[in-house]
Design a protein around this ligand. Sequence first.
Ligand code: NAP
Length: 280
Amino acid sequence: MELFGVIGNPISHSLSHVMHNAAFQDMNKDAIYVPMHVEEPDLAAAIYGARALGFTGINVTVPYKEQVVPYLTSLTPEASKTQSVNTVLFTNNEIIGHSTDGAGFAQAVVNELDIKLAGKRFLILGAGGAARAIIHQLAEENCQLIIANRTRHKAEQLAQEINPNFANQVQVISLEQADLAKATATSEIIVNTTSVGMEATIDQSPLPVELLLPQHSVVDIIYNPQESNLLAAARKLGCQTRNGVGMLVWQAVKAWEFWWNIKPDVDVMYAALNKSLDKN
Ligand code: NAP
């Protein structure tokens, strides 16, 4: 039996095992995927322990996506670009770090909104870890990007990393209403990558909802709740809306491609996740 899992802290909220195990079963794979709580001082032991136990691969989630890098023998270009790893492959001699978050987000948007990315104008709310992967990927796909983040210098740092390579595709604005109004008026797709809309901020929106226009497509990478405050307001206005389930599924699909060079049944993964979320 092949062993897989995800390490993080906290990990009890993770639904990764639900979709991976459903897809293993669907494809008659003799494999199992388990969530694993790891304390920070044990991170190196967890990585080397997984290798010693014969794991084929693991996923890495918050807060270890950057911290795991020193324990790996090499990084793929996708992981190197963002210095962030969400997928690890153990081979005989190597522990290889990869990142599927950006490509997973992009694939979810292309499929779920039925669009081509090149030239699309995005307003991205947030500049944390998930935003980092998403923004690097969208820049590579020749999208025009405006970023607004509570801590402005994090957005500016991202723009500085990207703009020299991609002809100034990234613009940074403040969270002032006037700046957001200008940005929403010129954007086609609005993406929330902040955690505003879940847990303690479940009743809040990361964007004043009166700035939404019916022609916007709105993606919130939060998936629990399945419909955030922002998405509910956008849907009521007639916008096309999608939650974070698609990103979660497609980053997992791309992890399978990295581990095994095969593609799971995407519909099985969506169904397993949505069933599990419906129970919450
Ligand atoms: P992170 O690195 O901690 O970044 C959090 C982001 O949210 C930062 O931009 C932060 O702004 C902003 N933020 C937090 N609280 C805020 C507040 N009260 N007001 C305004 N901004 C606030 O976290 P992450 O890993 O990027 O995850 C962010 C969200 O994405 C989480 O909800 C997570 O569940 C979701 N996510 C979904 C997927 C998926 O597959 N669907 C994958 C990864 C993450 P500052 O920079 O100012 O702190």
